[in-house]
Design a protein around this ligand. Sequence first.
Ligand SMILES: Nc1ncnc2c1ncn2[C@@H]1O[C@H](COP(=O)(O)OP(=O)(O)OP(=O)(O)O)[C@@H](O)[C@H]1O
Ligand SMILES: [Mg+2]
Length: 380
Amino acid sequence: MAGPILERELRVLHLEDSEFDHQLLVAHLRRGGLRVQIHQVDSEADFLAALGMGWDVILSDYNLPGFSGLVALDLLKASGRDVPFILVSGEIGEDTAVEAMRNGASDYLLKNNLARLVPALLHAVEATETRRARVRADRELGESKQRLRELAQHLQTSIEQERAAIAREIHDDVGGSLTALKFDLAWIARHSTSAEVTNRVNSALETVTLAIDSSKRIMHNLRPAILEQGLVAALQWIASRFERRNGVACEIRLPASTPELPAGVPLVAYRTAQEALTNISKHAQATRVQLDLSLAGGVLSLEISDNGRGLSQEDLAKARSFGIRGLHERASTVGGWVDLSSGPAGTTLILSVPLNTAAAVDPNALPGGEPNDPSEWGEL
Ligand SMILES: Nc1ncnc2c1ncn2[C@@H]1O[C@H](COP(=O)(O)OP(=O)(O)OP(=O)(O)O)[C@@H](O)[C@H]1O
Ligand SMILES: [Mg+2]
């Protein structure tokens, strides 16, 4: 670091009332190979006026008429500027030196021993620049993390909007056509006089009925209509479907109903349960699963636990696994968070959403405010 510092001209503010001492210090700096642009001030007013002019380092005498190095240091701190400050004094007791260092001085030197001036100055400038660079890097990293978080939240919201839009198209286009086809086939069946035609039509009716069921199922996966009956009903349904499909008991503890939940919260809770249960069936090898929903102290808490094999930090770091990462982002779209704990006794995932502060984002809201909930469009 000293290299680049030596290559440029350093801007030095020198607080010193003795012209002789000032010249001596300048001579030391030049002899030490530094290129400096140095500005001397000798009063509080001049010091204050000069503070904002962008200095690489401030060198300050300790005792000045009506002013002192320690007061100057306080003024520098109060100004909020991060400039290294070195006390250069005729006589400085150990106590004063300690106090100065405690107050943020970078170093202190005795005027009768200026041999250390150049290395002390270079070290102070370098330390400050390293600190500034770190602060800048931290800030940039923080901003970048924030942008990433916003992007991930936006993606989650977009996914739900897109799903709702696809569900609506399936309902309107595919569903509408299949229903019309079913009516036509039923008409043909009723009016057919040939047994052969009737057989064929009935078989076609069966196919159409299957297709209607499939599109209902696809629609449901895209946008769970069951949520219209409330979160409790939706969780009951998803738990019983899990039991049916996996042959593993899923114990549920749910309140009888929930108060009106902020927009977006039921869907986030539903998707969390869905992903947690999917993970259990895919990875956990569990024999018992428990799903609890509670609303206490203004916080919605959804807990899904299993007695399976548990997961490790490596599992969570898998490059191609996005389920749990997505849950964190989903939760934050409504001001909540996800906690995951795991051990040999199994895995527990908890979604918490403070309800009074939950951001009122509706992940289902489509631009233009069109109604987009397939469940509102009646049966296929
Ligand atoms: N309940 C669980 N029991 C044991 N291991 C689990 C459990 N849930 C998750 N895991 C482990 O954590 C990993 C990450 O889970 P995550 O849901 O993020 O991704 P995934 O299920 O692998 O893929 P997807 O992106 O489709 O969800 C899984 O691959 C699995 O190894
Ligand atoms: Mg998963």
